[in-house]
Design a protein around this ligand. Structure first.
Ligand SMILES: C[S@@+](CC[C@H](N)C(=O)[O-])C[C@H]1O[C@@H](n2cnc3c(N)ncnc32)[C@H](O)[C@@H]1O
Length: 241
């Protein structure tokens, strides 16, 4: 999470079929003892069943109501990083449930620490690739989705690894409910250009595109890094018609 996955030397391809290679990092520096405790004590109960290929080899569609035991609206955060935005949204919106996906285990540990501090109970965590989650969720079950500072994959030949490509976007479009918002924040101009081209092709309507964040936005670690390094945040909101 602390390095941009732009150099092939740093990538860790997961042992998966070609179409679902994951090129990002799954772990980083050694975790603190407290973070290891969060993982061992908290992660299991916050991880929904039926998502992994081991548990659900037939890729049966799961009932999202069973994740939280209620039918509150379900939001999805893709690549939550250290989890600050996700916990902020959960605390601000106690009437919704938020499922966050993040394969970088050090980020998961950071989120778990924040969940303990904030005391929020309307969150669930998939410590893996969002594609595994999208594959087993039913049509139209997500009321809002967040993509904050996705991995940029700067090199042109790596742009096809970005989230804003047809495979990811069509999968997301399927699980969003009609009228659901899909928010994208990035500091990479050609990433936003790609989003503005590809999201409509996948069926999304552009609602807004601006350098001003949403009223309920919480600036993330990556946004802070971008600002320190002189890059400019850019925000777009799409909607599934
Ligand atoms: C640049 S970081 C941004 C983290 C955070 N959203 C922020 O704004 O600080 C992008 C994150 O997306 C995660 N990511 C990359 N590919 C992913 C995937 N297929 N599913 C879920 N998360 C993914 C990475 O592990 C990384 O933590």
């Amino acid at each position: 999470m602390t390095e941009s996955p732009d150099t092939p030397e740093t990538t860790v391809p997961a042992p998966q079929p070609e179409w679902r290679n994951f090129y990002g990092r799954r772990s980083g520096k050694t975790m603190r003892a407290s973070q290891k405790t969060y993982i061992s004590e908290d992660l299991g109960s916050l991880t929904p069943g039926g998502i992994s290929k081991e548990e659900n080899p037939g890729r049966e569609i799961i009932d999202p109501g069973t994740i939280f035991g209620n039918d509150a609206p379900l939001w999805l955060e893709v690549g939550f990083g250290g989890g600050e935005h996700m916990v902020h949204m959960a605390a601000r919106n106690p009437g919704v449930n938020i499922l966050g996906c993040e394969p970088f285990i050090n980020g998961v540990a950071m989120l778990l620490g924040k969940i303990r501090t904030a005391g929020v109970s309307n969150v669930a965590i998939w410590p893996g690739d969002v594609r595994e989650v999208m594959e087993v969720l039913p049509d139209g079950c997500i009321a809002k989705a967040f993509l904050n500072y996705p991995d940029p994959w700067h090199k042109r030949r790596h742009h096809r690894r970005r989230f804003v490509t047809p495979g990811y976007l069509q999968a997301l479009h399927r699980i969003l409910s009609p009228g659901a918002e899909f928010r994208v924040a990035t500091d990479i101009p050609n990433y936003m250009e790609q989003a503005l081209i590809e999201a409509p092709k996948a069926g999304f309507t552009l609602l807004s595109h601006s350098g001003t964040p949403w009223d309920d936005w919480l600036s993330t670690r990556y946004e802070q890094k971008a600002l320190r390094e002189g890059r400019v945040p850019d925000y777009a909101t799409f909607r599934k018609p």
